[in-house]
Design a protein around this ligand. Structure first.
Ligand code: MG
Length: 382
């Protein structure tokens, strides 16, 4: 198989996927290709190449320094944006294999899905959106598209990573869900895996950080459901958290797979275009979805709005706002690359790109060196 001509490679991937994937999966042979055409790689399929391009991008590496829900100064147990991304990719691949969808495509889209997050999670996103409200606003999903189509520097001939149109279309769907029901099954799987992952790991991290008690959790229907299948109450506290978390993952995965498999029975014989036309939506059973929503409301009230997180959000918001205002007043302080970008995109958007690319720690450092230390030299930039 390896090291064959481009034409033989196409045939190899077509035959391999025909034997492994369902007819309604997105087959590589049906890909709409890339903006800048490329020859087939000698031993990697097109979606494998996309996965590797995302994995090797600068923005992907920076996810290790970006918070998911809890900041680095709260401890070193909880998820970062990078470990969350790997958990999503792992769950999404498992679902993809079970449903006989295109795992390579799923993995590429999963690794990409949060790449556009600025420092300090959704708080950072809200601040940048406000700072840029007269300049197009800011959304992490749209920024992911900007990163991989315009900002990542990989090739001399063109900007971006030149990903396949399927991977870009998946990310577009995340940016604009109007079209939800007409999207590829593979991106629906990534979306489901994202939600399955964060609901389970936010419970894990919040218990570990002492933000949630067992008494609070016991009220929830999903936790009661878990208690029905594993001996939570008889398990020593040390292991109870892990048992609950992996049971929450198992229960969600099992329900999603079982219900989605039933939905896909009606798709037998259709191809990937056919399933989009018929608008198949992969999902959990309605009863299970209601219990999951209850857990999400609970996390919103008791974790995401916990006083310790509100403090973090306020501090982060101040830092990003102050940095934005300072750089707007003194754009010559932007690194050269972003000054060049300002000439093309406008000063505000270039500042937004610079700030959105920062890790949490780099943002903190820049705040201290540019804002706090600069305050004594004092310009009236704010
Ligand atoms: Mg995510």
């Amino acid at each position: 198989m390896p090291f064959q001509s481009s034409e033989n490679q196409s045939r190899f991937w077509a035959e391999r996927e025909k034997s492994l994937l369902a007819s309604y999966a997105m087959h590589s042979i049906d890909s709409e290709g890339r903006e800048h055409p490329e020859t087939q790689h000698p031993y990697r399929g097109p979606f494998q190449r996309d996965r590797d391009r995302v994995l090797h991008s600068a923005a992907f590496r920076r996810l290790s320094g970006k918070m998911q829900v809890f900041t680095g100064d709260m401890g070193d147990y909880h998820r970062t944006r990078l470990t969350h991304t790997h958990e999503v990719a792992s769950l999404a691949r498992t679902i993809g294999r079970a449903l006989r969808l295109n795992e390579d495509l799923i993995e590429a889209m999963a690794l990409l899905h949060d790449i556009g997050h600025p420092p300090f999670g959704h708080c950072g996103e809200d601040v940048l959106d406000e700072c840029l409200k007269h300049h197009g606003g800011f959304s992490h999903n749209q920024f992911a598209i900007d990163l991989v189509t315009r900002l990542e520097e990989r090739y001399t001939a063109y900007p971006g990573l030149n990903l396949t149109r399927e991977v870009l279309s998946g990310q577009n769907f995340r940016s604009d869900k109007q079209d939800a029901q007409t999207q590829m099954l593979e991106i629906q799987v990534v979306d489901a895996a994202d939600s399955i992952a964060y609901d389970a790991h936010d419970v894990d991290d919040a218990i570990k950080l002492g933000l949630l008690s067992w008494d609070q959790l016991s009220e929830l229907a999903l936790v009661q459901r878990a208690r029905g299948v594993v001996p939570l109450d008889q398990t020593p506290e040390l292991h109870r958290r892990q048992l609950l978390v992996h049971t929450l993952l198992d229960l969600q995965m099992e329900d999603f797979l079982t219900y989605s498999q039933q939905i896909l029975e009606r798709a037998d014989g259709l191809d990937s275009i056919g399933v989009r036309e018929v608008q198949f939506t992969l999902r959990m059973s309605p009863g299970f979805e209601a219990e999951k929503k209850e857990l999400e409301r609970f996390l919103f009230q008791n974790v995401y709005r916990h006083p310790r997180l509100i403090d973090v959000r306020q501090r982060a918001a101040t830092r990003l706002q102050q940095l934005f205002l300072l750089l707007k007043a003194y754009p010559e302080r932007l690194p050269d690359r972003f000054q060049r970008l300002a000439a093309e995109w406008g000063t505000e958007r270039a500042i937004g790109v610079y700030l959105a690319g920062m890790t949490d720690r780099f943002c903190d450092d820049q705040y201290v060196s540019m804002v706090e230390m600069g305050r004594s030299q004092a310009a009236d930039w704010s």
